[in-house]
Design a protein around this ligand. Structure first.
Ligand SMILES: Cc1cc2nc3c(=O)[nH]c(=O)nc-3n(C[C@H](O)[C@H](O)[C@H](O)COP(=O)(O)OP(=O)(O)OC[C@H]3O[C@@H](n4cnc5c(N)ncnc54)[C@H](O)[C@@H]3O)c2cc1C
Length: 432
């Protein structure tokens, strides 16, 4: 058990907010009529608004809290391109041509985020040192290898499989059976990225209304009227970018997206030598458990941040911090006596096919469901949604015609999560 003195002074806010807390940006003289209203001020909504404003559209972003307040300033900042079903899974689900096309977009999202950060000059500690996916079980290594071989055959991905004796450059932990090393991905400071995107959208001419909650959508002859916690807004077009924070505003989405909590901890400042010895190449790490752990060094190389779903049922931040600290120590026994300084949670969103989704229903556009891997994909699909609104041919994506499924037993309350997670824990325990 972690001792209580490792949690003294524990802060219940994201570590990232120490350097870039989401800010209330005061808006003055807002209009009431826009070409496009975007609901949700995370990476998806901000990226869409940036693209729309640059194309000369008048656009308003309604954010019920502060820009980036949702998952976008709370995540691990790990840029990745692995889709949950894997390439073999996608080919099995949708056929070879479509499966490959979808996967190519995941790769494109990594190129896109790099380009956008560079074009908009966003200072967000971006480093492309790669990512390592360590296999917790030999069976995981075998299935990873199969998907790796499929990607090598069909896509030109700069990655390699490494065996149990060959991952010392990625992470100094003895518990893994090898893993997948990627060279073209990396990490950033998520809250700085969110703030940079918000400023870029405003610079381009978008209006950011915070804190303004969209409460009701009504259709009019020429678009939509939004009842909000602030002014009433009229727009010709509408994009929903609320992901894991969607609620009941748009029932079509509510019945198709499952919000799941994810929690992170940050350690106290450690010696830089210790952090460098644990992460020699500063790669981002995500393991292969069903209840997976993801972890990384902080951008300044002084702390370690680790995330996952620590408990099946609701628990206090302290209990969650203790559970995640136990995970951290199981990976790095060297950190047994290190204190935890921050614990925080946020919500991710899953669709039933475990893939991101973009589309429109009844003339309302949406992009969401990144399954906990949205740092690159959310900005990319936000941009694509904006291009679709603009009726630009580049708005087309392989995700367009994938089914956005509902279930007869689901109306927005994920009652099935606790039993599913207990099942996952059992599988993790027995290693299958
Ligand atoms: C703890 C954690 C760790 C993660 N780690 C990673 C990672 O390392 N790598 C990775 O790729 N992905 C990660 N993710 C996922 C990633 O953060 C998300 O996929 C991404 O941020 C989604 O962006 P978004 O803009 O779609 O949603 P969000 O950033 O969640 O934004 C949605 C916004 O909508 C607003 N909103 C909701 N309803 C309304 C309304 N009615 N009116 C106005 N505003 C509303 C909310 O306030 C919120 O700010 C993580 C997520 C979490 C929570």
């Amino acid at each position: 058990m972690a001792s209580d003195d490792h949690f003294e002074g524990l802060k219940g806010i994201p570590f990232w907010w120490e350097a870039a807390a989401p800010e209330n940006i005061p808006f003055s003289n807002p209009g009431t009529r826009y070409d496009v209203a975007v609901i949700g001020g995370g990476y998806t909504g901000l990226s869409a608004a940036l693209t729309l404003a640059k194309a000369g559209h008048s656009v308003v972003i309604l954010e019920s809290e502060k820009p980036g307040f949702g998952a976008s300033s709370r995540n691990g900042g790990m840029i990745g391109n692995l889709l949950k079903p894997g390439l073999n899974g996608l080919i099995g689900m949708y056929g070879q041509e479509k499966g490959i096309a979808v996967y190519k977009e995941a790769l494109a999202s990594v190129a896109f985020i790099k380009q956008r950060i560079s074009e908009e000059d966003i200072e967000c500690d971006l480093t492309m040192n790669g990512r390592f996916y360590p296999a917790v079980q030999r069976s995981h290594l075998a299935s990873m290898t199969q998907d790796f071989e499929a990607r090598q055959k069909h896509l030109n991905v700069p990655e390699e499989m490494v065996g149990p004796a060959d991952y010392a450059e990625d992470v100094d932990s003895a518990i893994y059976k090898g893993g997948l090393r990627q060279h073209h991905t990396g990490g950033l400071h998520p809250a700085k990225y969110a703030s940079g995107l918000a400023n870029a959208a405003i610079r381009a001419g978008a209006t950011l209304m915070v804190p303004v909650r969209a409460e009701k959508i009504s259709r009019t002859s020429d678009g939509f009227t939004l009842k909000t916690s602030g002014p009433e807004i009229k727009s010709r077009q509408l994009l929903i970018a609320t992901n894991g924070y969607s609620g009941a505003l748009f029932p079509f989405v509510q019945r198709r997206v499952i919000a799941i909590g994810s929690t992170m901890i940050a350690t106290e400042e450690l010696s830089e030598n210790l952090v460098t010895s644990l992460f020699p190449t500063k790669r981002m790490i995500t393991d292969t458990r069903k209840m997976l752990s993801y972890y990384r060094p902080s951008p300044d190389g002084k702390r370690i941040l680790l995330g996952g779903r620590p408990t099946v049922f609701q628990a206090s931040p302290l209990q969650q911090a203790k559970a995640l600290k136990r995970r951290l120590t199981s990976i790095f026994p060297q950190l047994k006596t290190s204190a935890v300084s921050h614990v925080w949670s946020g919500k991710v969103a899953y669709g039933f096919n475990a893939l991101p989704t973009i589309g429109q229903h009844d003339g309302i556009y949406f992009a969401m469901g990144y399954c906990g891997s949205g740092v690159a994909m959310s900005g990319y699909l936000g941009h694509k949604a904006a291009l679709q609104i603009l009726d630009h041919p580049d708005g087309e994506t392989a995700f367009d015609d994938l089914p956005f499924e509902d279930r007869i037993y689901y109306n927005g309350t994920p009652w099935f999560l606790p039993p599913a997670m207990i099942g996952y824990k059992i599988r993790d325990y027995f290693g299958y």
